[in-house]
Design a protein around this ligand. Structure first.
Ligand SMILES: Nc1ncnc2c1ncn2[C@@H]1O[C@H](COP(=O)(O)OP(=O)(O)O)[C@@H](O)[C@H]1O
Ligand SMILES: [Mg+2]
Length: 368
């Protein structure tokens, strides 16, 4: 369903204003997985970049999950090669768009999100990185390079990646804004470690910009396409309900749409099918097995934006689990939830849910 992309050029335009007005040369966007970040930078940011005399270079730090520097090196080498052969950067981006769709089928499980054998880049690698960027700058002549670095939270997941983080900062700082960067990440917890901790090399380095959920425009776009291409009529309201049920994820929404088109099912049937798919894809069952009874209670409180330390909740823990309803037990539970990437701590005492759909799953399983 390649042609089903709903563009968001106004949002991309906002980002360029920040970069071009010199408010900041480095911006970061954070949103949970499957919200459309990668496609947005590959499609909309890249489209505008080219119109505005920028050269977009996309790198994913997950290219090699154990050696994130490799993704950067490869991206720069590819961009240089593309310019040498004068084949369009456009083609390069198209290949990446295809890869994104394939990659999306695999993510979600904890096992593929963390390095199992993290490797420190050698000094040679880091020097190469800097040289490649200089080389690309030369070739770019009067154009400005914009690096789009995806899965950047990965840098904060292992101390082995610290030297790369340092090198990246230095590499960009010393170019005094001549090379721009957009960092894209998905875990608020790790992004916050990366950007808000005073000992991190990325501290005070980027401007966080909002990446809003898709909304009515996207749903209109789906309704019109379903009608015009497939003669399927659905009301705005039921589309909005389905979109809410998949936690505003365009990935799952498009799965609903594609199921409707392929099987000529009703919206309700297709949604039911996709909700099952979400459970399997996110490995909810295995996540659930790792949780302790207190974790359900704490997770539930956070899902409803309640404090996990309230007297009411501590009492509930005391009553309904075998452990004591005390602060330290809640703290341990929070740590477990963070480690599983179920929640993130955004600031002191403030948490956000990272696994949309999980609460619904637990509710259905009558755990909470
Ligand atoms: N603007 C959009 N219009 C239509 N579908 C979209 C849009 N953005 C994302 N999608 C769908 O969602 C999927 C996930 O998008 P992706 O950019 O990979 O998310 P993220 O990087 O946030 O995990 C895409 O493969 C595509 O099917
Ligand atoms: Mg992505």
């Amino acid at each position: 369903m390649d042609s089903w992309y709903f563009p968001r050029l106004e949002l991309a335009d906002k980002y360029f204003k920040i970069l071009e007005l010199g408010i900041s040369s480095n911006i970061a966007i954070i949103a949970p997985r499957r919200k459309g970040k990668t496609l947005f930078v590959l499609q909309d940011v890249s489209t505008l970049a080219r119109k505005r005399n920028f050269i977009p270079v996309y790198a994913s730090l997950w290219q090699n999950i154990n050696a994130p520097h490799e993704g950067l090196i490869l991206a720069l080498e590819e961009a240089i090669a593309a310019m040498d052969k004068k084949i369009s950067i456009n083609r390069l981006l198209k290949t990446k768009i295809k890869k994104t769709s394939l990659g999306n089928e695999l993510i979600g499980k904890v096992e593929v999100e963390f390095a199992d054998n993290p490797q420190k880049p050698s000094n040679k690698d880091l020097i190469l990185l800097d040289q490649l960027l200089s080389k690309l700058q030369e070739k770019a002549k009067n154009k400005t390079i914009i690096l789009m670095i995806d899965e950047v939270q990965h840098l904060a997941t292992s101390p082995h990646f610290n030297s790369l983080t340092h090198a990246l900062r230095t590499m960009l700082d010393k170019r005094l804004g001549k090379v721009k960067a957009i960092f894209i990440g998905s875990s608020r917890h790790f992004m916050s470690l990366l950007f808000n901790e005073s000992q991190s090399p990325f501290y005070h380095f980027v401007e966080m910009v909002p990446f809003p959920d898709l909304g009515e425009g996207f749903l209109d776009f789906i309704a019109v396409n379903l009608q015009e291409r497939h003669n399927i009529a659905v009301s705005q309201k039921s589309l909005a309900q389905a979109f809410a049920a998949v936690d505003q994820s365009p990935y799952w929404m498009m799965k609903v749409v594609s199921h409707m088109v392929t099987f000529a099912g009703s919206l309700k049937e297709s949604l039911g099918f996709v909700l099952q798919l979400i459970e399997a894809a996110e490995g909810f069952d295995s996540i659930k097995k790792k949780m302790k009874p207190i974790d359900y209670i704490v997770f539930d409180a956070l899902s409803s934006e309640k404090s996990p330390f309230s007297k009411e909740l501590l009492d509930k823990i005391e009553r309904e689990t075998k452990i004591r309803g005390i602060y330290s037990n809640v703290q341990r539970s929070l740590r477990r939830l963070i480690e599983q990437n179920l929640i993130s701590q955004v600031e002191k005492g403030k948490y956000r849910i990272e696994k949309p759909g999980f609460k619904r799953y637990l509710t259905e399983q009558e755990h909470i």
